[in-house]
Structures are given as C-alpha cells and as structure tokens.
Design a protein around this ligand. Structure first.
Ligand SMILES: Nc1nc2c(c(=O)[nH]1)N[C@H]1C(S)=C(S)[C@@H](COP(=O)(O)OP(=O)(O)OC[C@H]3O[C@@H](n4cnc5c(=O)[nH]c(N)nc54)[C@H](O)[C@@H]3O)O[C@H]1N2
Ligand SMILES: Nc1nc2c(c(=O)[nH]1)N[C@H]1C(S)=C(S)[C@@H](COP(=O)(O)OP(=O)(O)OC[C@H]3O[C@@H](n4cnc5c(=O)[nH]c(N)nc54)[C@H](O)[C@@H]3O)O[C@H]1N2
Ligand code: SF4
Ligand SMILES: [Mo]
Length: 742
C-alpha cells in the first residue's frame, strides 16, 4: 500500500528537487520540498507540487489504445504489440527501414530508463535518420563542444555557487529553473551572488531574472555572437587575456587574436544595441573579477548565430581564466554516466566531419548525426524513393514544439503507420495508430540521466516508485522500447526476446568501460537486478567516478548503497578536470575551430543588414513545461499566459491596446493572439511562449483544451536556421503585428 510518506525526486526539470510526498487512501495528499535532501534542501516550485495531479489525471492513458477505422479502442498489451507488428512490418517489408523514423522528446533527458532504452531504439533499430528537439534546443552547444573539446556533450557548466560575477545571456532561470545548468534553487543562488558580487542579464526581455539582477542589457535578438566577438576583441586589445592553468592545453590563441581584431565594440554597437563602452567595460569586469563566469543558454542557441554564440561564451571564459576553475565554467562529474557520453563512431577526435549524409528533400546536411527537425514534414509529404512511411514517437509533441508544427499536423495522416509511446492523447499522438503508455512518473523508480552532466554538484539519488502500477502485468517503457527495436529489425513485436536485447545492450555498455559484459552479468545471478534499467544504472554508478568498480574500489558507490540513502548523496562541487575531460586527439582545447570561423562572414553580413521593425522571441513560464503540463488544473489557474508581449511604444505606433487580439504574421504563417503591453521588453521585440495550441479534435486533454492558446511555431520558418548546426532559429523571427480585423 502506498499510504504514508515517500521521498521522490521531481523528474520535471533540471532543478531535481527532492520531494516529500504524503499518500493517504491511495491518493497523493500533499507534496512538500524535502528539507533533508542532500541536493535541494527543501526547494520546490509549483510544478513539483502538482505531480499528484499528473498521476491522478483521469485523461492520462493507462492502457494501450489502437485506432481502427478512426475509432480508438483500449486493448490488452499482447493485442497492442500485435497491432504494431501488423502496421509496421509491411512498411519495412515494402520500403525498407529507411522509410521509418522516430522522434524522441524532452522527458528523455530526465529519465534513466527512457533515455537509455530510447538509445537502444535509435542505435539498434537501423533507422537511418531520427529526429529530436535537440535541433530546436542545444545543438549549437553540442557542436561547439565537440569542436572545442572533442566531446559532443562535454558542456561547460557555470559554477554559480562559487562565483562573484554572473553574466547570464539568453536564459531565464526564474522561469526555467536552470538549463544546461542544474542547480538547487537557482534563483536563491543568484540572490547570493548579488550579495557578494554582481549579476548581469543580457536579454532582449527584462525577464524576472533580469528584474532580480544588478543590470539588464537589452540586446537585439540574434546579435550575441557579434557582442561576444567585441568582448574578445577588447580582451586582446587591452591586454586583458589571462589563461591560467589552461595555457598548456590551449590551441588556437593566435588565430583567435587575429580573427577578433576585426570585431571592435564600435563596429557591433549599432546592430547589437549595446553601447561600445559598455561592451569594453564588461570585458574589463570579467577579466578583473577573480571568480566570474559567463553563461549562455537557449536564447543563444535557438537563434540565427547559435553556434558562434555558444562557442564564444566558452572562448570568453577561457580567455579570462574563468575556465575549469572554481567559480568559473567547469565540467560536471556525474555519479552515474549517461549514454550520451559515448562518442559517435568516427567523430572521436572533434574534427568537423559533417555532411556524412544529406536529407532527401531539402538536402540538409547531417551535423553530429542530426538534421533539422523541421525536415520531418517534407520527408513525410514528398513522394519518391525514401519517403517516410512510418513514425515512432517517444515522449514528444512535435506538432506543438517544432517549426511549422501545424504542417506536421497536416501531413502525419499520410503515414502508413504511427506508434506513440506517450501518456496522453495530445496534438501529436492523436495521429497515431497505436499508443503504448508507460507508467505514470510516480509509478516508476527515478534517477536522472543527462541532466547530471550539467549539475554543479556530483549527486546521486534513487527514488523508488511511490505507487505500484495499477495493472501489475504492464510492461515498463524500457520493455516497450525493446519490443519496438526488435520489430524494426524484423521480429514481430510480441515475439521479441526482450532479455536477449537487454543483455546485449548491457554488454555494450560494459564494453565501453573495458569490462566483459557476460562476466559482469553473472554477478547479478540470484539477485534482484536481473535486467532492465536498474541493472544498467548499477553499472553506470559502479563504473562512474565514485563507483566501486565491482570491488576494485571497496566502499565505492553501488545502486544498493544509494538505496540506503533516501535523501541522496552529494559528492560535492565540481573539480578541475583538464586535460582528462578532453576528447581531442592531441588533448588540447581548440579555441578557434575553422568550421566555426567559416561562419563569421555570415555574421559580418548580419551587421550590414537593415534592422527589422519587429522580431519575435520565445519565453517560458514557471507554471508550464513545454507543451505537456497544461492539463494540470492547479497550474492553469490565473490569467492567460499564452499572450504576445509587446512594448507599449510599439503598440501605440500600431494603434494596439492592451488585451486586444492581434494578428501576428511571419514568412511562415499567421496567428491571432491576445496582446499584453509592457515596458519590460526592448522596443522592436515581441515574445510568445511555446507549447500552446491545444483544443484539437480527437485529443483527450480536458483541462488544456479549455484554455488552448495558440501554437507560436506556426510563425517559425523551417528554413530559418543556425547554419553550422542546423538548429532552428526560433528567436529573432521578423514579424508584423496588426490589430486583428484591421
Ligand atoms: N517552467 C519551465 N521550465 C522549463 C521549461 C519550461 O517549458 N517551463 N523547459 C525546459 C527546457 S526543455 C529548456 S531547454 C530550458 C530552457 O531554459 P532557458 O534557457 O532559461 O529558457 P527561457 O526561460 O526560455 O529563457 C530564454 C531567454 O532567452 C531570451 N532570448 C531570446 N532570444 C535571444 C537572443 O537572441 N539573445 C539573447 N541574449 N537572449 C535571447 C528570451 O527573451 C528568454 O528570456 O527550460 C527548461 N525548464
Ligand atoms: N517556439 C519555440 N519552440 C520550442 C522551444 C522554444 O523555446 N520556442 N523550445 C524547444 C525545446 S528546448 C524543447 S526541449 C522542445 C520540447 O519538445 P517535445 O519534447 O516534443 O515536447 P514536450 O512538450 O516536452 O513533450 C513531451 C511529451 O512527452 C509526454 N510525456 C510526458 N511524460 C512522459 C513519460 O514519462 N513517458 C512518456 N513516454 N511520455 C511522456 C507528453 O505527453 C508529451 O507528449 O520544444 C522546443 N520548441
Ligand atoms: S523546480 Fe519545480 S519542476 Fe523543477 S524539479 Fe523542482 S519542483 Fe520539479
Ligand atoms: Mo529543451
């Protein structure tokens, strides 16, 4: 019986708050922050407190569903898997696996099970091209990290607990709670920095983070790379460059100096909107503060010059000796390693070997194995050899989250087969032929995954499930994913030997650590960990930096030991890791990768471009999580959040009044939305949140559909990209805004 007190780590965002969940009469009675949690010490936000509502949501899918003649029917698991075989096998037989793709979404990043076993699906199914929100999120950072450090997930993390000057660009942790920056109570930490030092926010919007900072620098969207080049210019120009212990590991310093010479602050002032003297001062402040760090996030990635901006954030930290040192940009040391740290075959040395394949219709080049997610639409819609005929979605809602998602909505019915592993019947999954639901978050054990690579402390915490599954025979998501993997390789889903594939995966994971998987597996004979994600978690903990290495390091970490620490274990702050962290062949940091330098002429052309009258950027809200928490009634209270935020002057110039409905038009499309006027945004910039546009026929989202909002990605042009990475530029989109009906 679940009644009583449970400790559980919130799986919703990077803050990874430890929760204390009280269950009475089989229902969640209350959720509080767990003050004894070794990481979060009691912090929580309104979302974590509503996990009970997520679990008890009557709309949540609890049994598999198949669609026959347009009608949904709940079926048993065997029948559901048989149906998957019936629809997918003929596609593969007729068109080959090249006609099949998958889209795997954001919740993967938080789940040790979903992340790793989606890796099995993507890695072993043979699907040549798969999609994810990676290319509308952090792909520029993957690219710059691969090129600089030889590790596509080797991301620098700002050590905010120990810094005295924090410069935030294109992030709003007051809403997001930190991104590629996992920290407990990030705004509390920011308040602490202000007490001992200074916080500066560079953002076109005076966000809640900017309002709480010492200074707000309103920048023109998409010009951060030019701004940062000017900071680098000043560092060289004024002799402020200091390298510290990085010097022996640095390659490309002279090249960087040469390149930056052309980027004076005066040159970039008109385009960026930041006074040249302020740029020079920022360089001086960064260089003159022993513990300082510059941090850039999604506003710097999801933009026209995302790769250059992501790269230059690291360059500035390196040139001011705020790199791999306490208080600066450091590298995390997760207790359990994530599958993403495995290098891609052929890409180990950090060279720019991209374009190994191109998309069929648009000819978009592959970068680090991904192509722009917006290509999916044309690959489904365009007839011919290689046309996509089947799609598997795992925890994703691309109809709302990807550029021109409304077009995807139109073309998904063209597929011969669509299978969704998801918990809701939403804008995307309504097009599926089969929906295979996983367990609710509270029915699953939890340990984070990818996010631990961005955590300011090395932490480990294991949460056992709060509730037993309602149906004890339900397969968990990892098993569903293995069956779909087998199906892609020609075995009927219902007949797949789950244990054999799971063992094979385990052996591969062990092999990457220099271990013989079969031998290691024998150690688990006769204990509980006979397979599945917990056995893999045990492996990744034991072979991680604090692990017992199966006895080599007695007293080291194991899953069993972790389970004895319900408040988690905190192994402390980040530590310097150069040169061990580097995956480049020569063990050097490449400061000035040629592939990125090649993009500078495009940036230079941007400086000459006539300014846009109005551009659109994205924003987040604390009480939502991308597209999928809008069905949680307690989070939907209060005023409408799906609005266009606009500066009063811009509105007055267009005869627009507060609260009016306006028409917003870009080269991609047009929508109507209520406007919210403010002074807290740079004139010439408007903002909208993403993840809205509910209320579609055939969805089962009773709360969300009551306040549907509109899908901002109708306005995102699929070909507006950061060219080096193929990442979508969802910020800085030229738009016009008029009073609706005008
Ligand atoms: N509550 C909540 N938390 C979330 C999410 C959520 O939806 N809701 N989503 C999660 C996910 S998937 C992610 S990736 C993270 C993202 O986390 P953050 O990166 O913190 O994302 P945002 O809050 O959208 O903040 C991005 C900021 O970039 C600014 N910006 C836009 N364009 C530019 C530009 O050209 N230059 C500069 N300098 N700034 C610009 C925007 O005005 C905005 O303030 O949040 C995660 N956490
Ligand atoms: N304009 C604009 N667009 C954006 C962004 C932006 O800033 N601006 N941000 C982009 C970013 S950073 C991201 S990460 C993407 C997000 O893009 P997606 O990942 O496509 O979208 P989510 O809304 O996170 O969808 C999560 C899906 O997972 C399901 N789900 C939730 N929990 C579970 C679970 O435990 N198991 C399974 N199987 N399913 C589950 C939900 O029902 C939902 O269908 O959006 C991107 N789109
Ligand atoms: S900040 Fe909120 S959503 Fe994020 S982990 Fe904590 S409680 Fe969950
Ligand atoms: Mo994201």
């Amino acid at each position: 019986m679940a009644d009583g007190r449970h400790l559980y780590t919130c799986p919703l965002c990077e803050a990874m708050c430890g929760l204390e969940i009280e269950v009475a009469n089989g229902r969640v009675a209350s959720i509080r922050g767990n003050r004894d949690d070794e990481w979060s010490h009691g912090h929580l936000c309104p979302k974590g407190a509503t996990l009970g509502a997520v679990h008890h949501d009557p709309d949540r899918i609890r049994a598999p569903m198949i669609k026959v003649d347009g009608q949904w029917r709940e079926v048993g698991w065997n029948e559901a898997f048989r149906r998957c075989t019936e629809i997918l096998a003929p596609v593969i037989e007729k068109h080959g696996i090249g006609a099949v793709t998958a889209y795997v979404g954001n919740p993967l990043a938080h789940s040790f099970s979903l992340a790793r076993y989606s890796g099995v699906l993507l890695g072993m199914s043979g699907m040549p091209i798969t999609y994810s929100p990676g290319t509308v999120d952090q792909w520029p950072k993957n690219l710059s990290s691969h090129l600089m450090y030889g590790g596509w997930w080797t991301f620098g993390v700002p050590d905010i607990q120990r810094t005295d000057l924090f410069v935030v660009m294109g992030a709003n942790p007051a809403a997001s709670q930190g991104s590629l920056l996992a920290a407990p109570d990030v705004m509390g930490i920011i308040d602490g920095i202000r007490k001992r030092g200074k916080v500066i926010v560079v953002d076109p919007v005076r966000t809640a983070t900017a309002a709480r900072a010492d200074e707000w620098l309103p920048i023109t969207p998409g010009t951060d790379a030019a701004f940062l080049m000017a900071v680098v210019h000043t560092l060289f120009d004024e002799g402020l460059v200091a390298l510290g212990h990085v010097e022996p590991y640095l390659d490309g310093l002279d090249r960087m100096r040469e390149v930056a010479a052309e980027w004076s602050p005066d040159r970039v002032e008109p385009a960026t909107g930041i006074p040249a003297e302020r740029i020079r001062d920022l360089a001086r402040e960064l260089a003159g503060t022993p513990r300082a760090v510059l941090y850039g996030r999604i506003g710097l990635c999801n933009q026209e010059f995302g790769s250059l901006a992501s790269w230059l954030v690291d360059v500035v930290n390196i040139l001011t000796a705020h790199f791999d040192t306490p208080g600066g940009l450091m590298f995390a040391r997760p207790a359990a390693w994530s599958i993403t740290v495995q290098p891609q075959p052929g890409l180990e040395d950090g060279l720019a070997q991209f374009g190994r394949f191109q998309t069929r219709v648009r000819g978009a080049k592959e970068v680090l194995g991904q192509v722009p997610v917006s290509c999916m639409v044309e690959e489904i819609a365009t007839p011919g050899d290689g046309q996509l005929k089947a799609l598997i979605t795992v925890a994703g809602n691309p109809v709302l989250s990807t550029p021109a998602g409304h077009k995807l909505d139109e073309v998904l019915p063209m597929l011969d087969a669509m299978i969704s592993v998801d918990l809701w019947l939403n804008e995307t999954t309504r097009h599926a032929d089969v929906i295979l639901p996983g367990l609710s978050p509270l029915e699953q054990a939890h340990h984070d995954d990818l996010i631990l690579n961005f955590a300011v402390n090395s932490i480990a915490n294991y949460s056992p499930p709060v509730f037993a599954p309602e149906d004890p025979d339900r397969p968990e998501e990892w098993e569903i994913l293995i069956r779909l993997t087998g199906l892609c390789t020609g075995v009927p889903a219902e007949d797949v030997d789950v244990a054999a594939i799971d063992d094979g995966f385990f052996d591969y994971m062990a092999f990457t650590q220099g271990l013989d998987g079969a031998e290691v597996r024998r150690r688990y004979d006769g204990c509980d960990l006979t397979g599945g994600p917990e056995r893999v978690l045990d492996l990744t903990l034991r072979t991680g930096p604090f692990g017992d290495r199966y006895g080599e390091n007695p007293g080291g970490l194991t899953l069993e030991k972790l389970k004895q620490h319900p408040n988690g274990i905190n192994f402390g702050p980040m530590v310097p890791q150069l040169p061990d962290i580097l995956g480049t062949a020569d063990r050097k940091v490449r400061l000035a990768p040629q592939y990125l330098l090649d993009d500078l002429p495009r940036l230079a052309a941007r400086l000459e471009r006539a300014p846009d009258a109005l551009v659109l950027v994205s924003r987040r809200h604390l009480r939502s999580n991308n597209s999928w928490l809008h069905n949680v009634a307690p989070l939907m209270k209060g005023r409408d959040r799906c609005t266009l935020v606009m500066h009063r002057e811009d509105a007055a110039n267009r005869g627009i009044t507060d609260g009016a409905t306006v028409t917003v038009t870009s080269s991609a499309g047009s929508l109507e939305v209520p406007v919210e006027l403010t002074d807290a945004i740079k004139p010439g910039v408007v903002s909208m949140p993403h993840g809205w546009g509910h209320g579609k026929a055939g969805t089962r989202m009773s709360v969300a559909n009551g306040s549907p909002g509109v899908n901002t990605n109708v306005l995102s042009p699929p070909d507006f990209l950061d060219e080096p990475s193929g990442n979508g530029a969802l910020n800085g989109i030229p738009v016009t805004v008029t009073a609706a009906g005008a």
